[in-house]
Design a protein around this ligand. Structure first.
Ligand SMILES: Nc1ncnc2c1ncn2[C@@H]1O[C@H](COP(=O)(O)OP(=O)(O)O)[C@@H](O)[C@H]1O
Ligand SMILES: [Mg+2]
Length: 318
């Protein structure tokens, strides 16, 4: 498989991070003074939070970064008990060559419930002798005060258009493809300042045609949506409803994707997926009912519930 461009072009040093000047300057001060507090990074997706945390750790640990920088992923490490267990484990397993502290990066901290955050805060306190946390969130307003007051907070800002253009040009130079002005504009518009989204889309476009115009970007966009929907259906079939719910929520609420379009895409995918014809018929008929229900209710929440109910139906073995 081709290396992901989001990994290939991720800057390794703090100086390579685009924008976010205030954050970077302050982090350098922490490094020089060899005094690192707990940190809270807030900001929209794809603006450099993880990249900055990684670069920060690399400058502190150099080659030891692998053992000393731990990334906790919310979807993998479900539940607060699992998180605390993992933190405990990491805090204990230190080797002699380590610097004094480990850095634990936790994404989507704002998606923990208040109770889970309260439990997490106690963990922060118990291990603050040898662990520093970098918590990342969309908005710090969803983080409980006792955590906020223990962290230095940094706001990551969306990158400006000119900066994004330079990012695209840099990839273009390295990979060697043509991209016209319209395509660049569409790319910037649809990715809404999210550089991860933009870079993935650009890579998909490149794989379709190395002469990239607006049409190629649109085809790429359709492919990513289809892949999202396919993933949703597969997870539903495996009964992983909590993940399905989160992803549906992202598509509907965060990405503002119209429920009817999601339904239409699900239908297309159902036609493409290999399955028993009887089952396919039953699913399509169920889809028809939902389509009918959704045209009567306009609330997003109702759409979400209806789509969820349908996807649970997919998960049932019949
Ligand atoms: N400020 C930035 N400087 C350099 N690269 C960035 C920046 N923001 C995002 N990127 C790129 O976008 C991708 C995702 O960035 P990441 O740091 O994971 O975003 P998030 O804010 O969601 O943690 C990476 O390839 C990264 O290199
Ligand atoms: Mg991240």
């Amino acid at each position: 498989m081709q290396e992901l461009w989001t990994e290939r072009y991720r800057p390794e040093e703090l100086n390579g991070v685009l924008g976010q000047q205030n954050v970077i300057e302050k982090l350098k001060v922490y490094i020089n003074e060899e005094s690192v507090p707990h940190l809270l990074f807030s900001g929209p997706p794809g603006v450099g939070k993880t990249t900055t945390a990684l670069a920060f750790a690399k400058e502190i640990y150099e080659d030891g970064v692998g053992a000393n920088f731990i990334e906790l992923n919310k979807s993998r490490e479900r539940g607060i008990d699992a998180i605390r267990g993992r933190v405990k484990e990491e805090a204990r397993s230190r080797t002699l060559s380590d610097k004094d502290i480990k850095i634990i990066y936790m994404d989507q901290a704002d998606e923990l419930t208040d109770e889970a955050q309260a439990a997490f805060r106690r963990t922060m306190e118990n291990f603050s002798k040898n662990v520093r946390f970098i918590l990342s969130c969309k908005s710090s307003s969803k983080i409980i005060d006792p955590i906020k007051s223990r962290c230095a907070t940094f706001r990551f800002r969306p990158l400006g258009k000119e900066m994004i253009r330079r990012w695209i040009e840099n990839i273009q130079k390295n990979e060697g493809f043509d991209i016209d002005e319209n395509a660049v504009n569409v790319l910037i518009r649809v990715s809404e300042g999210n550089l991860r989204k933009l870079t993935n889309l650009l890579q998909i476009a490149y794989n379709i045609d190395t002469d990239i115009n607006e049409e190629v970007i649109k085809t790429a966009l359709k492919q990513t949506k289809n892949a999202d929907i396919r993933g949703l259906i597969l997870r539903a079939q495996r009964g992983r409803f909590e993940e399905v719910r989160e992803e549906l929520f992202d598509l509907l609420i965060e990405e503002g994707y119209p429920a009817e379009n999601i339904l239409k895409m699900i239908k297309e995918e159902i036609y493409n997926l290999p399955m028993d014809e009887e089952r396919r018929k039953r699913i399509i008929s169920e889809l028809g009912k939902i389509d009918f229900d959704m045209t009567r209710g306009s609330k997003e929440q109702i759409h979400l519930q209806r789509l969820m109910a349908f996807l649970s139906f997919l998960g049932e073995r019949r």
